[in-house]
Design a protein around this ligand. Sequence first.
Ligand code: F6P
Length: 343
Amino acid sequence: MRIGLLTGGGDCPGLNAVIRAVVRRGVEHEDNSFAGFRSGWAGVLAGESIELTQESTTGLLPRGGTILRTSRTNPFADGADGVARVRAAIEQAGVDVLVPIGGEDTLGVALRLSEGGIPVVGVPKTIDNDLGGTDFTFGFHTAVQIASDAIDRLHTTAESHNRVMVLEVMGRHAGWIATYSGMAGGADAILVPERPFDIGELCRRLRRRHEGGRTFSIVVVAEGATPRDGGLSTTAKGTDAFGHERLGGIGAALADEIEEITGYETRVTVLGHVQRGGTPSAYDRVLATRFGVAAMDAVNAGHFGVMVALQATEIVEVPLADALREPKLLDPAFYEAAEVFFA
Ligand code: F6P
């Protein structure tokens, strides 16, 4: 069998570990060979690929980013017949099965291809951890560690200057990174997309904390958080091929308002792509490796239209359609545990 791999959407620590694991498991059958398509679906459509072998994928385990590069190309954009385009492209490339590694958009394409009869096995990826069907995605743990390290650093400077520090982290639909890192770092407030916030109430809480003798506060905000009476903060640079706006700006807007309402000096830090770059944590290397091995096992077993997933401690296969039905939002009980420590 010839297996075509691709990585799509935003990059994520652990992508290379998946590629290495798929190939390492796959070469146990000498009939298997691997085409690594360049830049997500763009490389599939353009027929641009590199040969992946055990030799060419060695040393990838700790490497951040993706050796295949990535893009947000959508084969179905502008009403195109994505199934026909991809079928023609993979036939030309001699590829029998696709293993796309991606988030809701890349795997959304995979689902439509699968419904059109193309054999696919998906591997879930997102630092945001908001994909359904799986308890965790690789990359999330690394991002949380980076964000909680940042909170630790903000704590000492906040305390020295008697400031409120706002930290903006990623999280488009869901506040997983914000809540995990905020809980780990001892944040005094965590604002998430699932719970529109009231700026007046937040400021009252911060005031109460400062009147009680504390001289500084840490507020973590997910980029997709919104005020109760407002919308998403975006950079107004248009949308990508999947119709997503570019988010950003909530941290700065919030810091301005906090300073204006409370009179406390407030600063903002936007962590941005630092959360996505660099080497994966040990946890993410292991999860990515287990996903890669399981994806290849699904291919060998002829289980198509599925996504590999982590459920409790087991790696399982779930139908792509189930995984993509809706984003996985924060568990309310988990957020409420973080709230115990708020100002
Ligand atoms: O992978 C999802 C994500 O991390 C979102 O939280 C964020 O909105 C998006 O990627 C930003 O990615 P990029 O800057 O690559 O468009």
